[in-house]
Design a protein around this ligand. Structure first.
Ligand SMILES: Cc1cc2nc3c(=O)[nH]c(=O)nc-3n(C[C@H](O)[C@H](O)[C@H](O)COP(=O)(O)O)c2cc1C
Length: 175
């Protein structure tokens, strides 16, 4: 049994990437894993201030929900990182969360990571997002196992009629 943590970064609840998170979660739970989705916009998460206090204390000076999220990341076996593509890159919410990894960045390895990337473009137009997320998570000492592409989806919920749904579910089921 694996402990699965899903970070859903879209501002659209039940938008395309969030729906794929739920499919992944459903598959993971059905095959006996424990899984939690954190809908990041429900949390209070500020920008990194680059004060570097964490280099001395190991703790962030900002008191918000990020410390709890970092704890949960540390405890997870599997991380699912889901973002819509915004101007060819990950969205600002996800980048804000990743910047706040700083206090624990040497302690965030050892996970199997799955990426969920959505966008109105085809896969070619979304590949930069995979490249940057792969590079970051591998650099932190993780294994990036697979990317689930929600390609060609613009309107909220459009992803339900695509093959990405089954892919997300099956990937969650076969961790
Ligand atoms: C600010 C902004 C920028 C976007 N930039 C891109 C882009 O560069 N490439 C793309 O394919 N889609 C782009 N999109 C479309 C979203 O990626 C697309 O609607 C996606 O399905 C949203 O996922 P969500 O439903 O999970 O929020 C952009 C949307 C917004 C709001």
């Amino acid at each position: 049994m694996k402990n699965v943590l899903i970070l859903s970064a879209s501002p659209r609840k039940q938008g395309n990437s969030d729906i794929l998170c739920d499919e992944f979660k459903k598959g993971a739970i059905e095959s006996g894993n424990s899984a939690e989705k954190i809908y990041l916009y429900d949390n209070n998460i500020s920008f990194c201030r680059a004060c570097y206090a964490c280099f001395k204390t190991g703790k962030c000076v900002i008191q918000d929900d990020m410390s709890e999220i970092l704890e949960k990341i540390s405890k997870a076996d599997v991380l699912v990182i889901a973002t819509p593509t915004y101007f060819l890159t990950m969205n600002g919410m996800l980048k804000t969360v990743i910047d706040r990894f700083l206090p624990k960045w040497q302690d965030l390895g050892g996970h199997d990571v799955y990426l969920i990337i959505t966008g109105h473009d085809g896969k070619k137009g979304l590949e930069l997002v995979e490249l940057e997320l792969k590079t970051i998570f591998v650099h932190l000492g993780n294994t990036v196992k697979k990317t689930i592409w929600g390609e060609g989806v613009w309107q909220k919920g459009e992803v339900v009629s695509t093959k990405a749904m089954a892919e997300a579910y099956e990937t969650g089921k076969n961790l």
